[in-house]
Design a protein. Structure first.
Length: 339
């Protein structure tokens, strides 16, 4: 046997292969709608310096001395209102997206792929997802955070978590990190399709509200492009559908604390619209790739109540893209160049 043959036939080569691993990530959910589970989840979530940019010592005192004593019980009731027999809607929907994406990728001829899901906070963790791919000996990993519009607290934080895990690995695989897809044509088309289907079924409302997750205004002032990316998404969908620009409003939801956040605020806008004669609206939240607490409880329930209490008459929430076939196609379209 030649020296070359001995080297190429080395059984250790079987540890590595040319398969591509795709880590599909989202924000995460508590393990159960209980105060105890929420305390664990919120401790991890609110300890992230990307989420709360307050001097660490001061914030840790506030977090552990006040927030984690009060908020878990209140948040548990909100999660309980949306919990299903499959558990957390976000976790369940992401698992459906993973399964359908894996099947679709293989149907397109990319058989040497593995799709794994992970959550930035809670379970299954990003570390567990990366280790699952490593154990398969994959030489290339694509990180696909399911946040269409990049922002530091979501996409940036995911990068932090991935980096933290890989710092401990002796061998780091080829890595591709997707930091957003806010203007991807397939994504815009899937959003447009979901809106078009709603308009065909229910008619055109007086206003179509694009409600994005909010963030402190100082993030924008410090260079975070999220606000601008949200505005681009709205514009592209409006152009795709050929809608009158006056029909559409872009707003921002889910704010907390006393600092000024991105405006206009969703809840304040909905409260004001009826007094302006706008009593028939449809609302969609393009920043969410899967329905979750912020859509199913906040938009479907809380904001509906605000609008109707102010005199609104017709309110309908257009569901997130979830595991729609055109959404799965859009995710594939974003990932395809890395396969």
């Amino acid at each position: 046997m030649s020296r070359f043959s001995a080297i190429t036939d080395n059984p250790h080569d079987e540890r590595f292969n040319q398969k591509t691993g795709i880590l599909l990530t989202n924000l995460g959910s508590p393990d159960a709608p209980t105060a105890s589970a929420l305390r664990t989840y919120l401790r991890e979530f609110l300890s992230d310096p990307r989420i709360v940019e307050i001097p660490r010592l001061i914030w840790m005192i506030i977090l552990h001395g006040i927030i984690l004593r009060v908020r878990p019980k209140r948040s548990a009731k909100l999660y309980e209102s949306i919990w299903t027999e499959n558990g957390s809607p976000l976790t369940h929907i992401t698992s459906l997206q993973r399964d359908k994406l894996d099947a679709f990728i293989k149907s397109q001829g990319y058989t040497d792929t593995e799709v794994v899901m992970a959550m930035r906070y809670g379970n299954p963790s990003i570390e567990a997802g990366l280790e699952q791919l490593r154990d398969k000996g994959l030489t290339r990993i694509v990180i696909m955070p399911l946040y269409p519009q990049y922002s530091s607290p979501t996409t940036g934080s995911t990068f932090d978590a991935v980096s933290k895990v890989l710092r401990k690995w002796r061998w780091v695989p080829e890595l591709h990190f997707i930091n957003g897809y806010h203007k991807n044509e397939s994504y815009i088309e899937s959003l447009a399709n979901s809106i078009s289907e709603d308009l065909q079924t229910h008619g055109t409302p007086q206003k179509l509200v694009f409600s994005y997750h909010g963030m402190p205004k100082r993030f924008l002032e410090s260079g975070d492009p999220y606000y601008c990316l949200c505005m681009q998404t709205t514009r592209l969908v409006v152009e795709k559908l050929g809608l009158n620009k006056d029909l559409v409003i872009s707003t921002f939801q889910s704010r907390f604390g006393k600092a000024e956040w991105l405006k206009p605020y969703t809840d304040a806008t909905l409260e004001a619209l009826p007094s302006e004669g706008i009593k028939d609206i449809a609302i969609i939240s393009p920043a969410f790739s899967a329905d979750c607490l912020e859509t199913l409880e906040e938009l479907e329930s809380e904001n509906r109540e605000i609008f109707e209490h102010a005199g609104g008459e017709k309110y309908r929430y257009i569901a997130a893209l979830n595991d729609r076939d055109d959404h799965i196609n859009a995710i594939f379209d974003v990932i395809k160049p890395m396969l």
